[in-house]
Design a protein around this ligand. Structure first.
Ligand SMILES: Nc1ncnc2c1ncn2[C@@H]1O[C@H](COP(=O)(O)OP(=O)(O)OP(=O)(O)O)[C@@H](O)[C@H]1O
Ligand SMILES: [Mg+2]
Length: 261
């Protein structure tokens, strides 16, 4: 078996924000590794600092301490190397679907005819052909998320950071988009880091799940997910699925009320 190579390493990352009574610590020495072509989910209580971790990785926030290493080189952040899909899809309402997905290529100075070809190819792959000239407000939530995913992928980043990309969608649409994401990651050989509130999504999609504790947060545990199926429904049908699910619920200390018989 080949040992996967570490792509990105976070070591002791700390971050505080100013509060009324002094600095409020959020990240309290966070350490974990992401491998080449990994699919890692990050789960943890609301407000523990998951989006903050992404902002630090993306280079939008400077950490107070700790080290980030990308392919063996210490870096302050991964500006220009990550595709970051933020918690809200943030498509520009005044731009059409085509204009939205081409934005990054335009900024990069890619030739317009080539950018158009690439954009049309992605739109076809994601089932959005025919909606090139539609504005975001006229699309369903699932279509908007697909357009936002394309906008993230089209820049051919080394790592995709996806912050709860499917949380606002109904279950059926979510399963569909999870499948599209897995296929795209396979086709384009991407590394994915996914923040999700949904434990079953984390188990179904990931190779590994990083569990964060309450704020100020550290890594509570890392779980290898050994499901063979690379499809959202296949994974959920695996007999080992519920063991992983229950282990992660336990890690998050999720209590369910038992109804008296
Ligand atoms: N720019 C900022 N200035 C001040 N405080 C911030 C800032 N960004 C985040 N915080 C605080 O840091 C903490 C962690 O926020 P963050 O958005 O990272 O949490 P999260 O785990 O992504 O939450 P959720 O699951 O609800 O999306 C929160 O208490 C938040 O108020
Ligand atoms: Mg968040």
């Amino acid at each position: 078996m080949t040992i996967p190579e570490v792509q990105l390493s976070l070591d002791g990352i700390r971050k505080s924000f100013p509060g009324k009574g002094g600095p409020v610590p959020v990240l309290d020495g966070l350490s974990f590794d992401i491998y080449e072509r990994d699919f890692v989910s990050i789960i943890g209580p609301s407000g523990c600092g998951k989006t903050t971790v992404f902002n630090v990785i993306a280079g939008l926030l400077e950490p107070d301490g700790g080290t980030m290493t990308f392919r063996g080189e210490v870096v302050p952040g991964l500006q220009g190397r990550v595709g970051y899909m933020m918690q809200k899809d943030l498509l520009f309402p005044w731009r059409t679907v085509l204009q939205n997905v081409m934005l990054g290529l335009e900024m990069k100075g890619v030739d317009r005819a080539q950018a158009l070809d690439t954009a049309r190819e992605y739109l076809a792959t994601f089932g959005l052909s025919g909606f090139e000239n539609a504005y975001p407000k006229t699309l369903s939530g699932g279509m908007r998320q697909r357009a936002a995913l394309i906008r993230t992928l089209i820049m051919d980043p080394d790592i995709l950071l996806l912050d709860e990309p499917f949380s606002a969608l109904d279950y059926q649409t979510r399963l569909y988009l999870e499948g599209i994401l897995l296929d795209a990651v396979e086709t384009f050989h991407k590394t994915v880091v996914l923040v999700t509130h949904d434990i079953d999504e984390a188990v179904a999609l990931s190779k590994r799940v990083v569990v964060l504790g309450n704020r100020p947060t550290t890594v509570k545990s890392v779980h290898e997910i050994g499901l063979d199926a690379r499809s959202p429904i296949g994974a959920r049908s695996d007999p080992r699925f519920s063991d992983y699910f229950h282990t992660l619920c336990g890690e998050l200390e999720i209590q369910t009320r038992q109804r008296a018989a």
